[in-house]
Design a protein around this ligand. Structure first.
Ligand SMILES: Nc1ncnc2c1ncn2[C@@H]1O[C@H](COP(=O)(O)OP(=O)(O)OP(=O)(O)O)[C@@H](O)[C@H]1O
Ligand SMILES: [Mg+2]
Length: 459
């Protein structure tokens, strides 16, 4: 074990990217020909997987510059004891709280609002996902990746501290009934931002496959700038366009690429497919999987794919909430792009670099018919409303959402029974969510599908 430990300590400091450092590329730099940095030296998760047991927190804190190692007590103070009124939401990893970093807590750390994600000790995820997040987001810095500010690793507790994203995630913004309609150009702006985040990951010298691209993993700042979050499933790809084969298929139903589901073949093109699904959601206003629809419309890709290249059919599937307020030419180009991203043949899909270029051109089509004023709920009002609605029981939106998630829960089947029940320390208070954790997160699906390819095994 000693040589491995030496490798970790000696390699990592050379490859870290501080926001000020030479490795922090500009958002547009994926196109500007800036020479590649030394990403081959980036510490990879696979290189650590066997080492995680001996990797100490002091190793992390020494090596990850600008990422702070917080104590559980500090995070408790930031979130007022993980108070219900600071609750932001809940996913497969655990509960997320709003927190406040006070001035002077750490040298170089400014006072700011943060999001604190706490591992659910009874949940399906654990140290590996936490470590993946710390290692990827701790080293990769880009304006379209959410910034990891710090982490906490005390006894069995695992927490992550991120920059706070005021407009929450795209899924909530787009599909929750109480939000206003996102205008056409805002949708394209979000798509461009998310595409830049993926392009950055794919263009690393050792490409990173994100693997769980979906609307709920796209976070939005007050200006609707999109940033990718959740690197728990991310993995280092194989250089030179080769295919990485995994026997453990993970991702989210409705977003995962068909070749990955059927054979475990994972490439950057798997992310391109998932991006195509989100783009299709933005065009049609429909969810990737919607069990409430008639059977032939339940799977968005199956239903929409053939209509994307036909202008007249496209008009019929565009989001009715847009009320025609979009550029016809822009929509045509975006639809054609979605069609190519969703190609069954991964080699026919465009690279994310090409996707960014195409979508940036769509932003330039300003022939959006003027319509009635669309009111966008101010971020502050929106987030406080979201918090109170999520904390409360029995409102109409939550009821709808619960119904949807329970249906998805039937697909994921049996997750409740697989949970470990472990005691809780520190008397921490966890608000009771109106949504079941097991059914809220549809990550790590496919286990109950017919094909044996969906069975879990060690990667
Ligand atoms: N940095 C952040 N700023 C603001 N809100 C956040 C931040 N990170 C997460 N959230 C919110 O916390 C909630 C849970 O997010 P999380 O990423 O854990 O789960 P998810 O994406 O909904 O599900 P999954 O586990 O399938 O990824 C979401 O409502 C999300 O918008
Ligand atoms: Mg998420």
């Amino acid at each position: 074990m000693a040589p491995n430990k030496l490798a970790w300590k000696s390699i990592l400091p050379k490859c870290l990217r501080s926001p000020e450092g030479p490795n922090n590329r500009d958002p547009e730099s994926i196109f500007d020909g800036i020479p590649k940095h030394h990403s081959q030296l980036r510490l990879s998760l696979s290189g650590l997987s066997n080492a995680s047991s001996w990797l100490s927190v002091s190793d992390l804190s020494v090596s990850l510059v600008n990422v702070h190692n917080f104590t559980l007590q500090e995070l408790k103070e930031m979130t007022h004891g993980f108070s219900r009124s600071y609750y932001l939401g809940e996913g497969g990893f655990g509960t997320v709280y709003k927190g406040l970093v006070k001035e002077g807590l750490r040298p170089g750390l400014k006072a700011q609002i943060v999001a604190v994600k706490m591992l659910d000790l009874d949940g399906m995820q654990g140290h590996r996902e936490w470590l993946a997040e710390v290692i990827f987001l701790g080293q990769l810095r880009h304006p379209h990746l959410v910034k990891l500010i710090g982490y906490c690793c005390e006894e069995e507790h695992r927490l992550l501290v991120y920059e706070y994203m005021e407009n929450g995630n795209l899924d909530d913004q787009f599909f929750r009934k109480y939000t206003s309609v996102l205008p056409w150009l805002t949708r394209i702006k979000i798509a461009v931002g998310a595409a830049k985040g993926l392009a950055f990951l794919h263009e690393e010298e050792k490409p990173v496959i994100y693997r769980d691209f979906k609307a709920s993993n796209v976070l939005l700042d007050p200006d609707y700038k999109a940033k990718l979050s959740d690197f728990g499933l991310a993995t280092d790809g194989v250089e030179g366009g080769e295919t990485y084969v995994t026997t453990r298929v993970m991702g989210t139903k409705g977003y995962a690429a068909p070749e990955y589901i059927s054979s475990g073949h994972l490439t950057t093109m798997s992310d391109v497919f998932s991006f195509g699904v989100v783009l299709l959601e933005l065009l049609t206003g429909r969810r990737a999987v919607d069990k409430t629809r008639p059977s032939r419309e339940k799977d968005l890709v199956d239903w929409a794919r053939s209509m994307l290249k036909d202008r007249r059919k496209l008009e019929r599937i565009m989001d009715p909430r847009l009320d025609g307020q979009y550029s016809a030419e822009g929509a045509k180009r975006a639809a054609r792009l979605a069609y190519h991203c969703l190609s069954r043949n991964p080699k026919s899909r465009p690279t994310m670099r090409k996707v960014v270029k195409t979508l940036e051109a769509v932003l330039d089509f300003k022939d959006v018919p003027a319509g009635p004023f669309v009111y966008v709920v101010p971020a502050e009002e929106e987030s406080s409303r979201k918090t109170s609605q999520k904390g409360g029981e029995g409102n109409e939106q939550d009821h709808e959402e619960k119904k949807r998630m329970v249906e998805m829960g039937r697909v994921t089947g049996g997750q409740h029974h697989q949970r470990r029940r472990r005691g809780r320390k520190n008397g921490r208070h966890r608000p009771r969510s109106s949504r079941s954790r097991a059914v809220f997160s549809d990550t790590a699906l496919y286990s109950s599908f017919d094909s044996s390819l969906y069975q879990f095994s060690v990667e």
